[in-house]
Design a protein around this ligand. Structure first.
Ligand code: GLN
Length: 509
């Protein structure tokens, strides 16, 4: 069994697309070599559900569309989905025993849009249970391993997605980001990821965690591949009540992000040797606090200097509520989770305990057996902060602070800077098990990503270096104002034209 899939010969989706259109390689050949590789790398535990028949049927359909001469943009491109997107065919478990055997009667909008665009899915990727976590250690089906170091976490909760991309098993993968779950694993696995503005990508068919925060986004090697995946994923969906019809005047539909990217790239070109001239990069002082490891700080500093060499200027800013984003998020997200997860009662669907006395016992036993420790912890916290007597003190208070966090970002973008940059995580990937004794250690490590999610802003992570003590990847976070995903991708692409961090690959373990 070969462990190097054919698509790894192509350094971008665009090049792979050319080869597919020229019939130098077929979607079926790509899919079967990627399936072999995914099975050969079972050690990573990145995939939860693989079904070669389903994948090969999609590949054959892509080959037919390629033969027709009018293939859609992603025809034949091998991808995979985080196991929180429901899929017909493959099981959807959200990495929980609660949904262990669940098969959805329909596809999530993200899944069907990528399928319509011709992408071929290799299956479903491991993640933290119900997307709760930042290390992918909370999966009921075991942790995912980081392809750079199998003893390290890949980051979470979209850990299987980032690990699969980093190991070269797929060209791209879907993820979801409620408080950092696309950006963190992208950073810790040395790949690129983007969480778009809340409301631009449909949540229909995404297993719900924190509904006012959850947003889907792709993970891939570099910004151009992210663009190729995000643009067709995005767009208004009447089946999601929080989906946006328009984005600051333009229609929320595929093509919007692509057009913004082209405009930004063209104006960079026109600026000649200083393509980013005039760009103001806000650097929040609170992102360079005591919890930031010196080697991560060093890699971020070097990246900022690259942006300066391209003509950008650095502006010191303050996001004074950065520390408060942790308690604010860890009240709001569990509150929403406790409400979303109340549907798993052992009656409607999901796991049902084999033995029980009455109805109440059936529900409580089913939940005790079906949910892991972190999920139960969040449900309890959420139920507590929503309960009579505590609602005002915790939940309402957190909503007020959330508004202040939104205002802090708006103040920075309205008068001080065009984008904000900083770290994604305080350190490189920890060892699996490091935080086992103290579950809240993981919560504190979310400090640089939570505020952005609370504000619903777009943000991405791109590789920008390696740690000193342990040579594992470091990610640079780039945060924009609402609806600027096209511009962020063009900025990241410019950086990736003059650096090669995104081309580094882990040794085959
Ligand atoms: N680490 C955060 C949490 O555990 C964010 C997870 C996510 O973005 N899905 O809730």
């Amino acid at each position: 069994m070969s462990s190097t899939p054919l698509h790894t010969e192509f350094d971008s989706i665009a090049h792979l697309r050319d080869a597919l259109r020229d019939r130098k390689v077929s979607a079926r050949e790509l899919a079967s070599s990627a399936l072999d590789a995914a099975q050969a790398r079972a050690d990573l535990n990145a995939f939860l559900h693989i079904d070669p028949d389903l994948t090969l049927a999609q590949a054959d359909a892509a080959d037919q569309r390629l033969a027709s001469g009018q293939p859609p943009a992603l025809a034949g491109v091998p991808i995979a989905h985080k196991d929180v997107f429901v899929t017909q065919g493959w099981r959807t478990t959200a990495a929980s025993k609660m949904l262990g055997q669940y098969v959805s009667p329909f596809d999530a909008t993200v899944v069907s849009r990528l399928q319509q665009a011709g992408a071929v899915s290799l299956g479903k990727l491991n993640c933290d249970e119900f997307a709760m976590g930042s290390g992918n250690e909370n999966s009921a089906f075991g942790p995912v391993r980081n392809p750079w170091d199998p003893s390290a976490v890949p980051g979470g909760s979209s850990g299987g997605s980032a690990a699969a991309v980093a190991a070269g098993l797929v060209m791209g993968a879907t993820g979801t980001d409620t408080g950092g779950s696309v950006r963190q694993p992208a950073a810790l696995c040395g790949v690129s990821g983007i969480k778009p503005t809340y409301g631009t990508v449909s949540r229909f068919g995404m297993v719900a965690y924190g509904s006012s925060l959850d947003q889907a986004g792709p993970i891939a090697r570099h910004a151009r591949d992210l663009l190729a995946l995000l643009d067709p994923m995005s767009g208004f969906d009447p089946r999601d009540a929080t989906s946006l019809e328009s984005c600051d005047g333009s229609q929320n539909q595929p093509g919007r992000i692509q057009a913004d990217f082209q405009t930004a790239a063209a104006s960079q070109e026109a600026a000649g040797s200083q393509p980013l001239k005039g760009l103001r990069i806000g650097v929040p002082k609170e992102f360079f606090n005591a919890s930031l490891a010196p080697d991560v700080a060093g890699a971020i500093e070097a990246a900022l200097q690259v942006f300066e060499s391209l003509g950008a200027v650095r502006v010191g800013i303050s996001l004074p509520r950065t520390e408060l984003s942790i308690p604010t998020y860890y009240v709001i997200a569990p509150a929403e989770a406790s409400s979303n997860l109340s549907r798993y009662d052992g009656v409607r669907y999901g796991h049902r305990a084999a033995q029980y006395g009455d109805l109440a016992e059936m529900t409580s036993r089913s939940r005790t057996e079906g949910f892991g420790a972190e999920v139960l912890r969040r449900i309890m916290v959420g139920t507590y902060v929503l309960s009579h007597g505590y609602y005002d003190a915790y939940y309402l208070q957190a909503q007020r602070v959330r508004r202040m966090i939104v205002n802090d970002f708006q103040q920075a973008f309205s008068s001080q800077c065009d984008v904000i940059m900083g770290p994604v995580t305080p350190s490189v990937a920890k060892h699996i098990g490091d935080n086992r004794e103290d579950p809240t250690a993981d919560w504190l490590a979310d400090i640089y990503t939570l505020g952005i999610s609370l504000a619903g802003l777009p943000a991405m992570s791109i590789p920008c270096g390696f740690g000193a003590e342990r040579p594992l990847p470091v990610g640079l976070q780039i945060i924009g104002n609402y609806f600027t995903e096209g511009r962020l991708l063009a900025l990241a692409d410019r950086y990736q034209q003059v650096t090669d961090w995104h081309q580094r690959k882990p040794e085959q373990q």
